[in-house]
Write a protein that binds this ligand. Structure first.
Ligand SMILES: [Zn+2]
Length: 222
């Protein structure tokens, strides 16, 4: 009934959805450009971090290019309140990762955090649905109160000026570190481009005793 008044459209091709489809039509689902390094042993994403930080595994679901289908869905997820897109992609990747032996020793899932000001503006962290579904599938906890994004203090601004030029002005901090000691963490984000954000997060997390890191993102820039 609701669809008579508010027809549901695919967030990718904008065509009307048929019964049983939500946010993504089956044609778009089929046409999304798969990266899926976890399936084919691709090291493209691990290689981004070579010589910068140690990474155990890294995978992305899709390739991202300007104006491609992936961009349309990620845009809807980030800017059009289409939170369910993250849930769908999290289910998708979660199911695949739970079938990968390599990911079975992950102990917890941690999202790249938003600054609390940004969180208030947007109303949600766009990576939450994605991360929580992966956590469900792997039957591991989703921990979003350890890694925080903060406003740098004056001394940090000075100290981190050089590195911040390369890291998008992002400053991260860790609290309640004991929660993640000696754990293999799967850090999740929406898109990886240069890897600067994941690297900045990782540098904080790797200061905690015994932490190992893997990454999973919705998309990787090609
Ligand atoms: Zn579509």
């Amino acid at each position: 009934m609701l669809n008579l008044f508010f027809p549901a459209f695919c967030r990718g091709c904008l065509k009307e959805l048929i019964e049983g489809e939500k946010d993504i039509c089956s044609i778009c689902r089929h046409n999304l450009p798969l990266a899926s390094f976890h399936k084919n042993g691709g090291t493209e994403m691990v290689d981004i971090f070579y010589g910068r930080i140690p990474v155990v595994h890294a995978t992305a679901l899709f390739y991202f290019k300007k104006n491609n289908l992936t961009q349309k869905f990620v845009h809807a997820l980030k800017y059009k309140k289409a939170k369910n897109i993250g849930v769908i992609f999290g289910d998708w990747l979660g199911e695949e990762l739970s079938a990968c032996k390599e990911y079975h020793d992950v102990d917890a899932i941690i999202p790249v955090p938003l600054h609390k000001k940004k969180l208030r503006q947007r109303g949600y962290n766009q990576v939450e649905g994605f991360g929580k579904k992966i956590a469900n599938a792997l039957q591991k906890p989703y921990i979003d109160d350890v890694l925080l994004k903060i406003t740098p203090t004056t001394s940090q601004v000075f100290k981190e000026r050089i590195s911040r030029i390369f890291s998008n002005d992002e400053v991260f901090a860790v609290q309640q570190a004991s929660k993640i000691e000696n754990k293999h963490l799967l850090l999740v984000d929406d898109i990886i481009t240069t890897g600067a954000t994941l690297e900045a997060c990782s540098k904080k997390l790797l200061q905690i005793k015994g932490v190992k890191l893997s990454f999973a993102t919705i998309a990787i820039t090609k």
